[in-house]
Design a protein around this ligand. Structure first.
Ligand code: RIB
Length: 331
């Protein structure tokens, strides 16, 4: 079947090629609504799809941004990606890639070789200096997020993780909990370490015994797998490093006949979309997820399209959202 061309659209709409090109490239100001409608109707009727590669060759400036995340399925990262999609200008195309820490460097190079104009990196960079040199050499700006380490090289979006951890601790201690477990992943990112430090420091400054640490995989099943350790330790409350783990823990506790929050309180971290809808609804420390995505997108677009700007470091606040998985401990 012959591919529909811009010429076909012009013929169908009864207007010039230039008119179609302007209208489809969002330069519609000087055209009447009737002309715009004619072009859009012809485009839809013929099923015309603009060839972005061809546009680029003709000198249009479509910008390609690669986004590297640790997981495409974790709702935290899906919501960040969704927010980027929603806020991207028309001249930007986003490419999402999930990567393990081991493959990060390889995947960054792969995206650069595929012609990305900029990168958003939401995974801890092990060798920040060499990575920065590589990206600078290839003139590819980048923005990092979801990591606490500020290596001073590039724009970074962080949330206030220490305060986030402290908010969770304060809530549980206010409810009288003194024996608390922190459930954390085997591989702790620097932002998670900051979260735990905030929690532990708050406990220490309020004379609450040091929380027990339980390690597992960073996933709902990881949370579910360690509920026996939680039960055996006789803690009255759990702080899970993220909501996915908290959801697994609550499920596991229920299957073992333990009621949340009546017997054990659980606090999560992130405030992914499911947290408000589950039963009981999850008490959690909310990261401003949509704002993180929007801010990252705005910064990388600025770095690609403007010259001579300095490095921006943005710290966004976290807040406690109290729902149904925590309760006052009766003494
Ligand atoms: O759920 C994903 C978690 O890993 C989030 O807490 C995020 O901050 C990341 O570190």
């Amino acid at each position: 079947m012959k591919k529909v061309s811009i010429k076909d659209v012009a013929k169908e709409a009864g207007v010039s090629l230039t008119t179609v090109s302007h209208i489809l490239n969002h330069k519609q100001e000087r055209f009447s609504q009737a002309t715009i409608d004619k072009v859009l109707t012809a485009k839809d009727k013929l099923g015309y799809i603009p060839n972005k590669n061809a546009q680029q060759l003709r000198g249009h400036t479509i910008k390609l941004i690669g986004v590297l995340v640790p997981s495409l399925t974790n709702p935290f990262f899906s919501a960040i990606m969704q927010s980027m999609e929603q806020h991207k200008p028309d001249y930007v195309d986003l490419f999402f890639l999930s990567t393990s820490g081991d493959h990060l460097e390889h995947n960054i190079k792969h995206l650069v070789e595929r012609g990305m104009d900029g990168l958003v990196i939401a995974r801890l960079i092990d060798q920040p200096e060499s990575m920065n040199n590589y990206l600078e050499r290839h003139n590819v700006p980048y923005v990092v997020l979801d990591q606490s380490e500020d290596n001073g090289y590039t724009d970074i979006i962080r949330t206030d993780e220490q305060t986030g951890g402290a908010l969770a601790a304060a809530h549980l201690i206010d409810l009288n909990h003194q024996h608390i477990a922190i459930v954390q992943p085997y591989e702790m990112m620097s932002n998670m370490q900051a979260r735990v430090k905030g929690f532990e420091d708050y406990c220490e400054s309020h004379d609450v015994q040091k929380p027990l640490k339980i390690e597992t995989e960073l996933s709902p099943s990881g949370g579910k797998q360690i509920v026996d350790q939680i039960i055996d330790s006789q803690v009255t409350a759990v702080f899970a490093i993220n909501d996915e783990m908290a959801i697994g823990i609550i499920r596991g506790l229920k299957e073992r006949g333990k009621a949340v929050p009546e017997e054990i309180s659980v606090v999560g971290y992130d405030n992914i979309s499911f947290s408000q809808y589950m039963t009981p609804a999850l008490t959690t420390v909310a990261q401003p997820i949509a704002l993180i995505g929007e801010t990252a997108l705005r910064l990388i677009v600025k770095k690609i399209t403007e010259t001579d700007q300095g490095v921006e470091r943005i710290e966004l606040p976290n807040e406690l959202v109290v729902r149904e998985t925590t309760q006052q401990l009766n003494q």
